[in-house]
Write a protein that binds this ligand. Structure first.
Ligand code: PLP
Length: 391
């Protein structure tokens, strides 16, 4: 019998994919399912981006590219960073990767080993913890609290740093909470990091274009004092509705860049060439498609928050970013995971239980409002009927 190394026993999952599969199974046997589980825009990729990808294939871009990505795309990323964050980065510090997940994979592999501690947001994207455990490092959850608007607390985060901390993972705007950490809190966090020069920072800014109510996204790239230890994670999946194309990018400090390049050479060689040309069209093309999508998410956010707060014993703070609502369901008397499961099986509404995002997600469920207003309203109506019938 073959056996694989024990590290794989520690590798976790992203339950959103299991829920997507279950929703698909139920739909296949004729059930009408509204899927607010998966976190991906329901809009198609904007046509000018699709055309650029098709043209690249027709123009013969069929071969390997440099492992770090083609120079015109790395230059486009540098322009995007400058336009959005007012910061100059060299295209030689930019790495093109097959999705934002790959940047987190690389960064956690670089700092994770037995004895090392890695801080990550809880509730947070489940792959952080999964990857940390895979490396044998100790995952140290940073509590992300509703009372704090689901923003990071600089004080609480800094208080968790020890002599063994190697990496701090930040995510704002955040999955699954929609929280946006304000500039003042980031200022305080960066100031506190001055006394911890051996701690690297991975800033997951994949939802950076999606903020509402005047909340501003404040990139960690804006702090020159931590640039030498900052890994910036971004990508096309959410901003340009390109989840299936697999395109992400990251900015690395010089000493880490070559290690990331070598990982790319070993793991995937390069990102699909046509996808990279489509990425140039996305970043250099008109940005009104992004503004339109964000405005649409904003409208849906209003619907979902109002609808959730009208449900019996459910309360939901207004998320300031991304496209998730994270209602507190403690007063319903349901355990969050059981509620998410019953909503799918009995009411035909797919959501994700908060515990799938960490121990501090215990009394919440996550709804993605990247779905049509009609579907959101249908889901809310079904949830209302379900909760009223099963108090
Ligand atoms: N980071 C966060 C916080 C996410 O929610 C996701 C996707 O859901 C990702 C990164 C990775 O996205 P992708 O690999 O599609 O770029």
């Amino acid at each position: 019998m073959v056996t694989i190394v024990p590290a794989f026993g520690r590798l976790g999952e992203e339950n959103a994919f299991a829920v997507l599969a279950r929703a698909g199974q139920l739909a296949a046997v004729g059930r009408d399912i509204v899927n607010l589980g998966i976190g991906q825009p329901d809009m198609p990729t904007p046509p000018h981006i699709v055309e650029a990808g098709v043209k690249a294939l027709r123009d013969g871009h069929h071969g390997y590219t440099p492992a770090v990505g083609i120079l015109p795309l790395r230059e486009a990323v540098a322009r995007d960073v400058h336009r959005r964050h007012g910061v100059e980065v060299s295209p030689d510090s930019v790495m093109i990767v097959p999705g934002g997940k790959v940047t987190m994979f690389m960064a956690i592999l670089m700092f994770g080993e037995p004895g090392a501690e890695i801080l990550y947001p809880d509730p947070g994207f489940p792959i952080y913890r999964s990857m940390i455990e895979f490396t044998g490092a100790t995952p140290v959850p940073v509590p992300i609290r509703e009372a704090n608007g689901f923003a990071f607390s600089a004080e609480e985060t800094l208080g968790l740093i020890t002599a063994r901390t190697r990496l701090l993972i930040l995510n704002s705007p955040a999955n699954p909470t929609g929280g946006v950490t304000p500039k003042a809190e980031i200022d305080a966090l960066v100031a506190g990091l001055a006394t911890h020069p051996d701690v690297a920072v991975l800033s997951d800014e994949i939802y950076g274009t999606m903020t509402y109510d005047g909340a501003a996204h404040h990139s960690l790239l804006r702090y020159p004092e931590i640039r030498e230890r900052l890994i910036y994670l971004d990508g096309a999946s959410k901003t340009y509705a390109m989840t299936g194309w697999r395109l992400g990018w990251s900015v690395w400090p010089k000493p880490l860049y070559d290690a990331a390049r070598k990982l790319a050479v070993n793991a995937h060689s390069c990102v699909n060439a046509a996808t990279q040309w489509a990425g140039i069209a996305a970043l250099d093309g008109p940005q009104d498609c992004v503004a339109e999508m964000v405005a649409e998410f904003d409208r849906r956010r209003g619907l979902v928050v109002e609808g959730l707060n009208a449900l019996p014993d459910v309360s939901c703070i207004t998320p300031k970013g991304a496209f998730y609502a994270f209602p507190n369901v403690e007063r319903t008397g349901w355990k969050a995971k059981a509620l998410a499961s019953a909503l799918l099986e009995e009411a035909g509404v797919a959501t994700i239980g908060g515990p799938d995002f960490g121990v501090h997600g215990e009394v919440y469920i996550r709804l993605s409002y990247a779905n049509s207003p009609e579907n959101i309203l249908r889901a809310l109506e079904r949830m209302g009927t379900f909760l009223a019938a099963r108090p």
